[in-house]
Write a protein that binds this ligand. Sequence first.
Ligand code: G4P
Length: 554
Amino acid sequence: MEASPQLTKEVQRRRTFAIISHPDAGKTTLTEKLLLYGGAIHLAGAVRAKANTRNTTSDWMEIEKQRGISISTSVLQFEYGGYQINLLDTPGHKDFSEDTYRTLTAADAAVMLIDAAKGVEPQTRKLFEVCRMRGIPIFTFMNKLDRPSRDPLDLIDELEKVLGIRSCPMSWPIGAGDRFRGVYDRQSKELLAFQTEGEANVKGRLQPKKVTGVDDPSFLPILAGPRQDMDEANELLSKLKDDLELIEVAGDPFDLDAVLAGKLSPVFFGSAMNNFGIQRFLERFIELAPTPSGREAQTTTAQSVAKKVEPTDSKFSGFIFKIQANMDPSHRDRVAFMRVVSGHFERGMTVKHARLKAPFKLNKPLQFFAQERVIIDEAWPGDIVGLLDTTGDLRIGDTLCASGDFEFNGVPRFSPEHFAMVLIKDPMKRKQLQKGLDQLSEEGVVQIYRQRSMGDKDPILGAVGALQFEVLQHRLMAEYNVDVKIEKMPFVHARWVVGEGLDPDFFERREDSRCLEDRDQQPVLLFKSDWALRWAEENNKKLTFLTTAPPVRR
Ligand code: G4P
């Protein structure tokens, strides 16, 4: 069936993305400024509330309030220039979790935010790898140029050396810190002059002065800064000219296809705190970022075949990428976050739950804005909808669709980096513990691995972020009335293995590795060090070591 003009239009005007960064790079600040441009000024404070526990609405988990951090992921939606932007907000705390990774599976593009004084940091690298695995476009924003920063050529070089991605500067900074004079837009050949705070208009929206071409006579006075230091201006101008020449000759040319294939990252420079370079970035991002993409699926008919579901397919479909339980303690509810993949979603519609092969009514669809939730009537491809799951029928990776004859390829399970055992304080509560672990692992709170020949006894828990264990411990107590102690184990890597000739005993005998089974009885190897992992890879060339669980076909 052909897409209706309205469906095509709604798809065209949507952009769904996430910001990936290391803590303190300025994600909260950038998010706030983006919302400001989206005309959501009155709500911008809500984002900040996360950072300083000003949160008085009680719909976040208790633990989150206690620690003043955001474990949950919310979705921010705003309009800009007729475009509908869905910004998937990933947890800001340094102890991030698998949820952060899973959220990226719902995004069509990522903005990689880097502190220009620090360059690529560990968490950025991990999140980048997940984006690369999916092949989504990655836009880079180098932040905090108003502070002493590393040389921009160095920063660009690092993207290639550390992350292995080619990049194309869209703008170029002039000076940094006290000598930061602005950025040069390579496409429009304009200088966007950085002004000091005093010059910003009342709404805090800096209107950069625009000067065209490096040879424009008004260029130098801007570069001379407040002190009108002409020597400094000449120095900055000559560095700018040299840099521009160098990136023109030695850098990668802009290539939209390469950007969309996730092979070339457009790079922008600015300062989120000073609201500088943000609007230009937002506009270019909207212009270059992809419209909502389709997703690979497998038909559930007798002969299962692969197919791609396109956003403009007129029949509705979506998948669950995250479950958040007890967001509101007074209701003890469970919200499943669904990414709409195709068609038109309407409140109250009945669709098919592909895994359960049963009809499923989509009541009370919610949209979230930081701590606020509103009931929505409709949604389009690229949108994120929260579904109140009162019956507990929804799991991560589930497909909901009008036709009911296919399942999306699911949301991968990512290899944990933290491991632990659960010690129960009251042995009489073993049954509740078992139930709690089953349900909470299904929700994705932690991953559960079996020790070989131990059945369900003494499972080993795996998590991407250690905080997940605390959430588990807290929820086992609050919801299942089971008091447990979490005993950390000294493993740091897990790999699923596929291929011929895996000998589990070989890994069990070694002091630095273990061989376990995941919930689908797939073998998983645990390693105590980078060295142990590398050694195993080098000595088992017939095996493939995977960082995400291989798909299981039911
Ligand atoms: P995060 O969410 O990535 O963790 O970072 P967040 O936005 O909270 O920013 C971390 C710190 O960096 C904040 O300072 C913030 O003001 C500052 N920052 C963000 N963007 C810029 C920028 O462009 N220039 C400069 N100079 N600083 C920036 P803080 O002192 O930790 O918090 P606050 O007291 O300013 O709120």
